[in-house]
Design a protein around this ligand. Sequence first.
Ligand code: KIV
Ligand code: ZN
Length: 522
Amino acid sequence: MTDQTKDRVFIFDTTLRDGEQSPGATMTHDEKLEIAELLEDMGVDIIEAGFPIASEGDFAAVSEIAKRSKESVICGLARAQIPDIDRCWEAVKFAPRPRIHTFIGTSPLHRAIPNLTMDEMADRIHQTVTHARNLCDNVQWSPMDATRTEWDYLCRVVEIAIKAGATTINIPDTVGYTAPRESADLIKRLIETVPGADEVIFATHCHNDLGMATANALAAVEGGARQIECTINGLGERAGNTALEEVVMALKTRSDIMPFFTEIDTRKIMHISRRVSTVSGFPVQFNKAIVGKNAFAHESGIHQDGMLKNKETFEIMRPEDVGLAGTSLPLGKHSGRAALRAKLKDLGVEVGDNQLKDIFVRFKDLADRKKEVFDEDILALVTAAMTTEGTDHLEIVSLKVICGTAGQAEAVLEMEVGGEERSADEYGDGPVDATFKAVRKLYPNKARLQLYQVHAVTEGTDAQATVSVRLEEDGKIATGQSADTDTVVASARAYVNALNRLHVRRSRTGSDVKEISYKDVG
Ligand code: KIV
Ligand code: ZN
């Protein structure tokens, strides 16, 4: 079957809105711009870039993403209120292809919150969609909690939104309550019943509370939806949203029974998955479909034997189709810059010359300490290099740690703070605690540690540890990452890296949060 005989399904990515809304997944302005660029590059049709009225930061990110966009439609979210819609338009209007997405909760539970009668809500929908359409000719409307809204009322409000000028009708399963057959039927019946339904695109927006978001979204497509709303890695509130990589690869792999196609360049999936995981601080579970560390690993003897004889025995997708290199040899200390560049290309990582230089220095340092440098090690170095870029207010000069059963752990730290060399000797409850205390002694600050996470990158006792640290200070969040064969060194660097990022954010926003003088604290 050729693409001409299949139906196109539009991919609407909401990683930067519904995904970022997930507690703790906050991204910085620059990270949002980077992710938006990767989404556009991957072929995402519509990028929901944020909720412009939510904060100045959201507004700035949506408008900058809109200004930089080329092909993708840039969408902003707005409640069913005129100031929300106006603010949304102010941000998305810079895009060559802007969209306003406005929504209101239509189920009995949601109607009770603004305390509107059914008629009052119907009027509000008419008024707000008409207003949005007067500003922008691409308007999406969503009846939030559609899957728990009374059928007659749902038909009524969808009809009102279409008549008022909505061009896309999104049917959200806000609490992940529906099941595949019901999801397909709901869309099919709406298209058959609501006057004007054949003139708009129906979208599906599923949450994963019962683990059915991907199945429900695909079923909705079978019912007639032609836009899937999803996020990278399934990021999102509670159990998350439909995962982009799952629906896209399911449609590609089973096009024999699902005659649909998307324009996503699936070879870019792994890279963006890793970047979203890094910047959001949400690790990807090892056995996660498509992007998990083990998704293409074949451990058992029977599986490995089958794979060697014929890959299709256990492989329904080719790893390279999602941007994973085929099996490749590890690098070692004699590998040069060209080998590293080729390896990065294999891994689907694009870096500029300066980044390559930085990653090469880190690689050489690691190769001196570790016999074989595996793909996972290289990716950890890339992540560390990308997270550290441009942030050097604080720099660790040396760190010596004494720990064990003989007494309290002690950290002796020398660090440059804004060019001034400082040193401290601190004790703590274990080596990481002692080290973080020493950092705080040299750079007193009010940042609260929200997350401290360690992962072994590969197997073996000489494996690198990747450490993620998330800090919060006056509502601003910064994540730092680092990787090293020494867990305490990686922890110190990740902590300092997060502090550097907070420093950058303070100076950029002209925040009145003053750094506390280390001499005052003494
Ligand atoms: O889950 C939901 O209902 C939403 C809407 C705002 C579309 O995210
Ligand atoms: Zn949602």
